[in-house]
Design a protein around this ligand. Sequence first.
Ligand code: 9RB
Ligand code: ZN
Length: 369
Amino acid sequence: MATGYLWDTLYGWMDTGTGGLTSANLAARVQPISHHLAHPDTKRRFHELVRASGQFQSLTPVNARPARDKDILRVHTAGHLERMRELSARETGGDAGDGVTHLGNGGLEIALLAAGGAIEMAKSVVGGEIDNGYALVNPPGHHAPRDAAMGFCIFNNSSVAAAYARHELGLERVAIVDWDVHHGNGTQDIWWEDPSVLTLSLHQHLCFPPESGYLHERGGGAGQGYNLNVPMPPGCGNGAYLHAMDTVVLPALRAYRPQLIIVGCGFDASIMDPLARMMVTSEGFRSMTRRIREAAGDLCAGRLMFIQEGGYSPHYVPFCGLAVLQELAGEGGLEDPYLEFLSGMGGAELLDEQRARIEEAVPLIDALR
Ligand code: 9RB
Ligand code: ZN
């Protein structure tokens, strides 16, 4: 099993500003802090664990290249790209539009490298140079709709890769499974009327963005039925997530028969994450990865690529990520040193309330057959 892996030093140079979530603001008494919640060190620590654990030796390196304007413009407006270009050219950058998404000086170059990294991984997987792959990109992408930056996201990396696969690699059906704990609203927006990309988001209901990610948001026009949301209550752990995979995600994939599966892989559903209230451990992410790898094997010759989204525990993201990489590559290695302790906290078993909420999404699959 050849598993591709992609990281670029510049991903760790994303300037997230001086605040913790919003900008530091003296009048509002929001103090500056060295690490914004989305500071890239969390992802850099993941990369460093990949190197220091020895896992890197079993992976096939894939190099990032910047996305071209035409790659971005398949899924974003020219106005959005130009606004980001203008902001990035400013001496100190600035807010990209929603009050929490800072784009520093030169940040456009890094955002284009993230979108381009997703493209390079898609090329390698579809071209057969690797069986599957993990693009550890930054900034993330799934909140960015066609015409804006939002929620730490500048360009919608997974959508840029899906559009590339559709238009340059000749695929007819691509599925994007987004298990970041927040709603993949940008991806939903971009493919709303397009049945050639199935979009599926598992998320903590209303965690972010506000008023987004309801079950009844199902796509429109020709895309009607091809957007699936699985809003989950706070407190879901491994059992609930695996139930969502078994009853909604995998049956939806089997009904849709994609030629490539893209996973929007956030680790912010983890039990250690500061920005949400779920309880998934590295073992949960490992099991979800195994299930989707097996599904990709059955459905699309194993063509599967992961694209990094959120994840804000600098302590735990590296070990969740390592578990996913081990599972993609089909071999074990270094163990999660926190797992025994975290497993003792409970929360792994599926509760009736969680089961009921998740199974509300099961009838949505009928539209895909
Ligand atoms: C806004 C605020 C946010 C923004 C982004 C996230 C997580 C993103 C992620 C969480 C909270 C606040 C718009 C505070 O991880 N996605 O995967 N909060 N945003 N105040 N205001 C006005
Ligand atoms: Zn998230």
